[in-house]
Write a protein that binds this ligand. Structure first.
Ligand code: SAH
Ligand code: SF4
Ligand code: F3S
Length: 461
């Protein structure tokens, strides 16, 4: 197979995979390859996710689809978490795969491509001690909102989860490396940075003065970068939600009022079986403190239904905690047994029909909460970061501070902050009208009265 001149990267799974996909693209471009349209690339990188069975199986149907009409195919690389979990098993099952590269080894992708071009199958799922980040080229333009991985891996070992195996041990990137990359992103035009990690709020490092800092310290340092208008972070674990970070939500103007804090279940018995090491009550108490610091914060979470042994009453405890919190947004999943995880062999696996039915009930509740949250912003004024063109002519789409998509008629360029009056709300987006820039719109002027939004009134003290 000749050396590829063009490439395409397809990322599945979480935002960390999206970030890795961008870094791989930068790496290949630095090697002289050019990005190509789907179906036209010499090299296709499938950047995969292993979190649930459906996600993991997707890679094999994707590989099948890469065959061209004339019977030829591109060079195929499988990257990401399936690559890490299945390694050399992948080409055994799908012989057209030329390269397998894990999430901690993708800085070696150019060398692996060389191997494959020379006709040798290349598998690299090492987790080298030296981080890949030092070997990656500088960041380039990504658009108004950029991801920045600051922490990787996980030491929590929830009994259902593959991440500690596919991403390895929890590692924080050094302070200076993060600040440098953030500056490079802002220089390249980013107005918003989302700090990423599987347990991003466990980030720890030493600042220039050798002082130990947590994620809040890092956020305060990023807040001082001129031109960076918005900071977000995801995903967090309830046990790592420390006082300083909670305080930052009330004090740092650029830190957006949005928190994704998964709880998974409202039943303490299930939480113990999941090895989450917190109770439902402790989770609620954390949120109470967060809401005290930032009353208008939008809350988001992850839920698993039908975990092994979950009874109807235990599932109802999950509905209960959802009612108590009142989420602005959430993700919910049917439990999927993953090879090598303790939960996969637990007794009491819940039948698919029961899982389906529970998921429907949970999603109905979460959807209603999301719609209520969106509707409560109608009639309010806020600021959006314009991120892309809308479907209709003259329309742009931006994000509110609460991460809602807002459709607006405006000719403001991508990357601008535009004041809007919210006029209409649907389940997944809002419509607004642009207001003159001199309006002096602050991030905090929606909602005028937090108690007007059911999501904010839901907490019981
Ligand atoms: N590190 C993050 C999330 C990692 S995976 C955290 O701990 O919050 C994203 C979500 O996928 C999890 O929060 C969980 O809700 C879901 N998930 C993980 N493993 C799963 C499994 N085996 N079956 C179904 N959902 C799962
Ligand atoms: Fe998985 Fe739990 Fe780690 Fe999240 S905290 S990545 S769910 S093991
Ligand atoms: Fe999936 Fe790996 Fe992310 S398993 S959710 S791509 S860390």
């Amino acid at each position: 197979m000749p050396n590829p001149r063009t490439f395409q990267i397809k990322s599945f799974g979480c935002q960390m995979n999206v970030y890795d996909g961008e870094r791989m693209a930068e790496l290949l471009e630095a090697e002289g390859l050019a990005a190509a349209a789907p179906g036209e690339a010499d090299l296709v990188v499938l950047n995969t996710c292993h979190i649930r069975e459906k996600a993991a199986e997707k890679v094999y149907s994707e590989i099948g689809r890469l065959k061209r009409e004339d019977g030829s195919r591109p060079m195929i690389a499988v990257a990401g978490c399936v690559a890490q979990a299945e390694g050399a098993e992948i080409p055994r099952r799908a012989p057209s795969v030329d390269i397998v590269v894990g999430p901690q080894a993708y800085h070696r992708l150019p060398a692996l491509v060389g191997e494959a071009a020379a006709g040798r199958r290349a598998v690299d799922t090492d987790m080298p001690l030296a981080s890949k980040f030092g070997a990656l080229p500088k960041r380039r333009r990504q658009g108004p909102s950029a991801f920045l991985t600051v922490q990787e891996g996980c030491d929590k070992f929830c009994t259902y989860c593959v991440v500690p195996y596919t991403r390895g041990a929890e590692v924080s990137r050094p302070w200076a490396a993060v600040i440098d990359e953030a500056r490079a992103l802002v220089d390249a035009g980013a107005k918003e940075i989302t700090l990423l990690g599987q347990n991003v709020n466990a980030w720890e490092g030493e600042d220039e003065g050798g002082r130990t800092q947590g994620l809040d310290g890092l956020i305060r340092a990023l807040d001082r970068i001129p031109g960076l208008a918005r900071i977000r972070y995801t995903t967090s674990h309830p046990n790592d939600m420390r006082e300083g970070l909670i305080r930052a939500h009330g004090e740092v103007e650029t830190l957006m009022p949005y928190l994704h804090l998964p709880v998974q279940s409202g039943s303490d018995r299930v939480l113990r079986a999941m090895n989450r090491s917190h109770s439902a009550d402790r989770y609620l108490r954390v949120l109470e403190r967060v809401r005290a610091a930032r009353p208008d914060i939008a809350l988001s979470g992850d839920f698993i239904v039908g975990f092994p042994g979950e009874t109807e009453a235990e599932f109802e405890a999950t509905l209960e905690i959802v009612r108590a919190v009142n989420y602005a947004q959430a993700y919910s999943f049917k439990y999927s047994p993953r090879p090598g995880t303790p939960a996969a062999t637990m007794e009491g696996q819940v039948p698919a029909e029961v899982q389906d039915e529970r998921l429907q009930r949970l999603q109905a509740l979460l959807n209603a909460q999301q719609l209520a949250f969106n509707r409560a912003t109608v009639g309010k004024r806020t600021t959006i970061l314009v991120e892309r063109d809308g479907k209709r002519p003259g329309q742009r789409v931006g994000k509110s501070p609460w991460l809602q998509s807002v459709h607006v008629k405006t000719d403001a360029p991508l990357g601008s902050l535009v004041g809007v009056d919210v006029v209409e709300a649907g389940p997944n987006s809002l419509r607004g009208t642009a207001i003159p820039a001199e309006g002096g719109v602050s991030f905090r002027n929606v909602p005028a009265r937090p108690e007007e939004i059911p999501a904010f009134a839901g907490m019981t003290a």
